[in-house]
Write a protein that binds this ligand. Structure first.
Ligand code: PLP
Length: 308
């Protein structure tokens, strides 16, 4: 039994009406700890523990760290998550609730990550948040579930941070014979690491992350994500924070589900009838979820973010 669950696949009448085409939602927000991350992270943790790892280490204060904490608890293995001082109290509490030992070290993620690396002994496994083929294998299972349900979309919309989800979904699409179905890869303007890599033809390090969609905030996408964009149809789309936040609020009303702005970014493409959807009639949106934003925070951010 994998650690993740089979999530609902629903035809969304409200989003279909907004988008003027059939819209299906893969509800990864329903995973334990709130995001698709558990698919890949769960597989990676299980594999490392089966190979003898006695402790799991992460440096993510976000959904990847939460998934490691959940997996460790389920597998009966201790988990250490090293986070920087900037990590919100809520994220630390969620990690502690899952039973992880949280160490707060350094002013930036780089410092926290360096400390996490220094802890690693022979019987520890470090779980990367997005750049690991094991993770991609696990994420690919979400496409297998859609294919088993008998749905073949003519486009798939998803959010991109470090590109782990994209690599997993592209792998799943390939192994289900959907290699020609386009991926619409969405980032916010302040976290456009895939967009810039696709324009440059090589991965690029962003000078800074400037978005409320913190789960999209990888400064550089993984090489494999760029490679997929060169080997299969991938269309890069950027949306504003305001659009992502508005989409979060609309999803609450339409489907009674709270997601992070990282997920709202993908939903915004549908809610705003983005031109990238023009050629398609049956669109699958990966509702990647996210546990770190509260309703109150989404509201406050939206008041503060000007429409672009
Ligand atoms: C991690 C995450 C993403 C981005 O996934 P990558 O694999 O880093 O591209 C998007 N949304 C949510 C909610 C996430 O937790």
């Amino acid at each position: 039994m994998p650690l993740h669950i089979t999530t609902p696949l629903i035809e969304s009448l409200p989003l279909s009406a907004h988008a003027g085409r059939d819209v299906w939602l893969k509800m990864e927000a329903a995973q334990p700890c709130g995001s698709f991350k558990l698919r890949g992270v769960g597989l990676a943790c299980e594999t490392h523990v089966a190979n003898g790892a006695q402790r799991l280490v992460s440096s993510s204060g976000g959904n990847a760290g939460l998934a490691v904490a959940y997996a460790g608890r389920r597998l009966g293995v201790p988990v250490v998550v090293v986070v920087p001082e900037t990590t919100p109290a809520r994220a630390r509490e969620l990690l502690q609730l899952e039973g992880a030992q949280v160490q707060v070290v350094g002013a930036s993620w780089q410092e926290a990550n360096a400390h996490a690396q220094s802890l690693l002994g022979a019987r520890d496994a470090f779980i990367h948040p997005f750049d690991d083929p094991l993770l991609w294998q696990g994420h690919a299972s979400l496409v297998d579930e859609v294919a088993q349900a008998g749905l073949v979309p003519d486009a798939v919309v998803l959010s991109v941070g470090g590109g782990g989800l994209l690599c997993g979904v592209a792998l799943g699409m390939q192994r289900n014979g959907w290699g020609a179905v386009p991926l619409i890869a969405v980032e916010t303007h302040g976290a456009a690491s895939l967009h810039q890599a696709m324009q440059a033809g090589h991965t690029v390090e962003l000078p800074a992350i400037t978005t409320v969609a913190t789960s999209l905030g990888a400064k550089r996408v993984c090489e494999q994500a760029l490679r997929w964009s060169q080997e299969r149809p991938v269309h890069s789309v950027l949306v504003s924070d305001h659009s992502a936040l508005t989409a979060c609020e609309r999803l609450m009303d339409d489907h009674r589900v709270v997601v992070e702005p990282a997920c709202g970014a993908a939903l915004a493409v549908v809610y705003e009838q983005h031109a990238a959807l023009q050629a398609y009639t049956k669109v699958l949106v990966i509702v990647c979820g996210g546990a770190t934003a509260t309703v109150e925070q989404i509201r406050q951010w939206r008041w503060a973010a000007a429409p672009q």
